[in-house]
Unconditional design. Structure first.
Length: 283
């Protein structure tokens, strides 16, 4: 959500306030879609080793209550977004429609399910930018979209590994995937993501970042991609799952918040980006 303000090295309070409002609106609409999805997937999630403990699958929250709450949150989100910016409301609406389509049908369609997941991340990044009235450059959008697609592939790969190990296909679409296919797609997408980031980091000459000094952050991006691929590798993932069942690439947030290597890489990227931004403002 804050990617666009960070990448333009802005310190204007109004921009960050608008982006924060977009964050709240997206939290609401994301919660709405998660409630809808879990209410539709309740029977399948009861077969999942971890998802069966979620409130709806565990019977702690009824399906009608989940769906009515989902509708209420969606309305509040759109209302808040419209108060901030008409463009933000359009992005929120697009996100909601894509996610409803995903919940009802597209999550069972191979490849389309990946693009729906990636679209959710991309629209989040767009929302922070449009709410603040920032220009979103093509290389920025392409980089975010490809990295989001990479995370979606890693999520499906982890789910497939768990399904093959347990013998229970918790998602219908997993029957249409193989580890070999996902690994090939992973290689293509990760390479494309790094190249698009490199072109963005090259600076104004390629209609990218405001300074070519952002090329200094490329090693962190490359190490981050390599580290994530290591963590999601089938043999490595199985070993780590035995030590910490909750820290898998099935849940990207668990990797980003729990893995020391990923956290150090992100910290290095943030510090380098902050220094570049500060020096740019100073000059």
């Amino acid at each position: 959500m804050f990617a666009a303000p960070v990448f333009v090295f802005t310190v204007e309070v109004d921009i960050w306030l608008c982006a924060s409002g977009a964050l709240v609106a997206f939290c609401l609409v994301s919660s709405a879609t998660y409630l809808l999805n879990d209410s539709l997937d309740v029977e399948a999630e009861r077969q999942h080793p971890r998802k069966r403990n979620r409130p709806i699958a565990a019977g702690l929250v009824s399906v009608p209550m989940a769906r009515s709450t989902s509708a209420l949150l969606a309305v509040i989100s759109l209302t808040l977004a419209a108060a901030i910016s008409a463009s933000l409301a359009v992005v929120i609406l697009a996100y909601g429609l894509i996610q409803v389509g995903y919940c009802l049908r597209l999550k069972r369609e191979p490849l389309l399910d990946l693009f729906c997941i990636a679209a959710g991340f991309l629209l989040r990044a767009m929302a922070g930018g449009v709410a603040a009235g920032l220009v979103l450059y093509p290389w920025f959008l392409l980089t975010v979209g490809l990295l989001a697609l990479f995370l979606a592939l890693e999520k499906r790969k982890a789910e497939l590994q768990i399904a093959l190990g347990s013998g229970v296909m918790t998602r219908q679409v997993l029957e249409r995937y193989s580890l070999q296919l996902l690994l090939r797609l992973e290689g293509l997408v990760s390479t494309s993501a790094f190249m698009s980031y490199s072109l963005w980091a090259s600076g104004p000459a390629l209609n990218g970042a405001s300074t070519s000094w952002m090329l200094l952050t490329m090693p962190f991006v490359l190490v981050g991609i390599f580290r994530y691929q290591l963590l999601s590798d089938p043999e490595e993932a199985e070993h780590r799952r035995s030590l910490n069942p909750d820290r898998t690439s099935e849940k990207p947030e668990a990797i980003f918040l729990g893995d020391r290597g990923i956290k150090l890489t992100l910290l290095g990227w943030l510090i380098t980006t902050a220094v570049i931004g500060a020096l740019g403002h100073a000059s």
